[in-house]
Design a binder for this molecule. Structure first.
Ligand SMILES: O=P(O)(O)OC[C@H](O)CO
Length: 417
């Protein structure tokens, strides 16, 4: 049988599920064997993939987080566009089968889908029901003002040591804060309308005020900064912080950690009632699968079959219901609804409802910004300065945008050369 290597960044419960899906595909036929390889975090896997490509040893399939999309799209000689692969191998492929928010994220400006959606998420609010009951709070906060009040109440009443923490700070507190409150993160529809986009989150008073609020809340532990990527999740899992903003796909891990310790529930991300009257759609996170150049025709035939299998309603419905990722195709979503999944599983519909509410405008289509993984690191560094009080939110965000814009300019130059 022909081996197909799949590099990914799914850890813990998610990684085990990835292995189970590959096993199922492998058992369904005997021509190909898909070998999933866990390569660490999303950033680790992106770095490893680029290095392996340069050394002529790229895997057939690699998983890249949503903010790496512009970088991968521009790596023309390194990737085998998925629409092209499906055409060349005669594999059925219908881009319209995917949810519009998912399809558009991975479709180039000339209308071609370049990677295969696999795991799309959106950030939600997790809250500790035991701590809420202890503090006498009956319903989860809907706005950031309400969340601030609840966070203080949780700490002051002794119901929790910390009110709120967050994972993926840029994604939840800047990127999605902007989309939900209809504020630009960058110009040119966050990069979807042109590659000369520039960061402008620092020029939005509501965004700056939000980061300043979090910094103030730090003083009383109403908010605790928990670190970069998904490291903040631990402070919620241990029961220390009563609220957490993170990916809908953290559900499986949180369920495991909270078992026998505390009850938790899921609510939409709060919005800023002074910025918008109605919250707008949030934007996707998670990752998609990129096919790399340099493999044999036989491998590509197997890759196409495997990608087709991965996006089938049965696999997608199972993956989404287990993980908390949203079903990426309409068929999988319909299947889950018909099975009664959303009525049986409280909180499971929050992510998909939040992602698909209303019609996305220029601030709500997602981000298409080159060097965005590097920009996220810069933003994290600057947020840390705001949160430790060494800079005001305004100073920290101005520098973040300035340094981020230098990354965008550098990316533009490298692509046009
Ligand atoms: O935890 P995930 O897979 O939903 O990803 C979160 C962020 O979108 C990664 O950029």
């Amino acid at each position: 049988a022909t081996t197909i290597t799949w590099w990914h960044a799914m850890e813990g419960a998610l990684g085990e599920k990835v292995n189970a899906i590959a096993d199922e595909f492998n058992a369904s036929q005997d021509e190909y064997v898909v070998k999933p390889v866990y390569k660490g975090s999303y950033s680790d896997n992106l770095t490893a993939t680029i290095a392996a490509f340069r050394a002529g040893q790229a895997p057939a399939i690699t998983q890249v987080f949503e903010v790496g999309t512009a970088t991968m799209m521009s790596a023309k000689g390194a990737i085998y566009p998925v629409y092209q692969l499906m055409q060349d191998t005669g594999t059925p492929f219908d881009p319209d089968a995917f949810l519009p928010a998912v399809k558009s994220y991975y479709t180039s400006s000339d209308g071609h889908m370049l990677s295969m959606p696999f795991n799309s998420s959106t950030p939600v609010l997790y809250y500790n029901q035991d701590a809420f009951a202890k503090a006498g709070i009956e319903t989860p906060p809907r706005t950031w003002a309400e969340l601030g009040r609840d966070a203080h109440k949780l700490v002051e009443s002794g119901a929790a040591e910390c009110g709120l923490t967050t994972a993926w700070p840029s994604w939840t507190q800047l990127e999605n804060f902007s989309a939900i409150n209809d504020l630009p993160f960058a110009t040119q529809a966050n990069g979807f309308n042109g590659s000369d986009a520039r960061l402008v989150f620092d020029q939005q008073p509501a965004t700056v005020a939000h980061i300043q609020d979090l910094a103030e809340w730090q003083k009383s532990h109403a908010f605790e900064y928990g670190g970069r990527a998904d490291s903040g999740t631990k402070r919620f899992q241990s029961g220390r912080c009563a609220m957490l903003t993170t990916s809908s796909a953290s559900r499986a891990g949180i369920q495991e950690a909270a078992k026998g310790k505390f009850g938790f529930a899921i609510a939409p991300l709060p919005y800023d009632a002074e910025a918008v009257s109605q919250p707008r759609n949030s934007i996707i996170g998670g990752a998609s699968l990129w096919v790399m150049q340099g493999q044999s025709d036989t491998v590509y035939q197997g890759v196409a079959e495997f990608l087709n299998f991965l996006s089938s309603p049965a696999v997608q419905a199972d993956w989404a219901s287990f993980t908390g990722y949203v079903p990426i195709t309409t068929a999988a979503y319909e299947q889950l609804k018909a099975e009664g999944f959303y009525t049986k599983t409280p909180g499971a519909s929050v992510a998909i409802d939040q992602l698909t509410r209303g019609t996305p405008d220029d601030n709500g289509r997602g981000l298409r910004l080159g060097n965005m993984p590097q920009i996220r690191n810069i933003i994290a560094e600057q947020l840390e300065k705001a949160f430790n009080g060494s800079e005001t939110a305004a100073q920290a965000l101005t520098t973040a945008a300035k340094r981020g814009n230098a990354e965008l300019e550098q990316f533009e130059r490298s692509v046009s050369n």
